[in-house]
Design a protein around this ligand. Structure first.
Ligand code: COA
Length: 179
């Protein structure tokens, strides 16, 4: 793998997924850009809307660069990779970003449609939380479309709370404070 300064090797992990091959979870690097572009392309329209709150079909290059060039401190991103008939592909991502080191960290997560309900979302969120705690994050939060049942269930299962009654343009805030 290409040398990346401050690359958190502790988060490199191979995991067995029930009924599927093994997957690799690791922090993103800039060289993942092509695979990440493909990952966004193969997400269903609904999944892209839930992930990006937009109807984009192709990820803009500036956004692609921002999502694959992270500092592994204020912006931490994990990708899950697997091998399918076309070779190595990205099948999931989870990230947090915060403005300042003492700011709450905003999360985002997505798993490729055909890899859902295998526990990959839960796993990524768990590893992201460990990474956040190690970096001194005190609160993680996310903005979820109110109809995004999958994420709301996942959020509840992993200890997030919802800001009830605070739905702006169909977006609900979820949050988890570490004590
Ligand atoms: C939300 C998402 C990441 C879940 O990924 P996943 O790998 O399927 O999640 P898991 O397999 O770990 O599921 C964990 C729990 O979430 C809930 N869940 C997941 N998908 C669900 C669905 N379609 N309907 C209802 N609950 C669902 C279940 O409670 C599930 O536990 P169970 O399988 O034991 O019942 C995935 O659906 C996704 O990528 N959605 C599109 C992108 C998105 O919505 N991102 C969030 C905004 S940033």
């Amino acid at each position: 793998m290409t040398y990346v300064p401050h690359y958190p090797t502790a988060f490199l992990e191979r995991v067995e997924i029930p009924g599927r091959s093994r997957i690799l979870i690791r922090p993103v690097i800039p060289q993942d850009a092509d695979e990440f572009r493909l990952f966004v392309r193969i997400l269903s329209g609904d999944s892209r809307r839930n992930r990006f709150h937009s109807t984009l079909t192709e990820i803009p290059e500036t956004l692609l660069r921002a999502l694959t060039n992270v500092d592994h401190n204020k912006h931490v991103a994990l990708v899950a990779k697997a091998v399918d008939e076309s070779g190595v592909i990205i099948i999931g991502e989870a990230r947090f970003a915060r403005e300042e080191e003492d700011s709450p960290a905003e999360i985002a997560i997505a798993v490729a449609d055909r890899w859902r309900r295998k526990g990959i979302g839960t796993l990524l969120l768990h590893r992201l939380e460990i990474s956040a705690r190690r970096r001194g994050v005190e609160e993680m939060f996310g903005s979820v479309l109110a109809e995004n049942v999958a994420l709301i269930h996942l959020a509840f299962q992993t200890g997030f709370k919802l800001h009830t009654g605070d739905t702006t343009y169909g977006v609900v805030k979820m949050y988890k404070k570490f004590s």
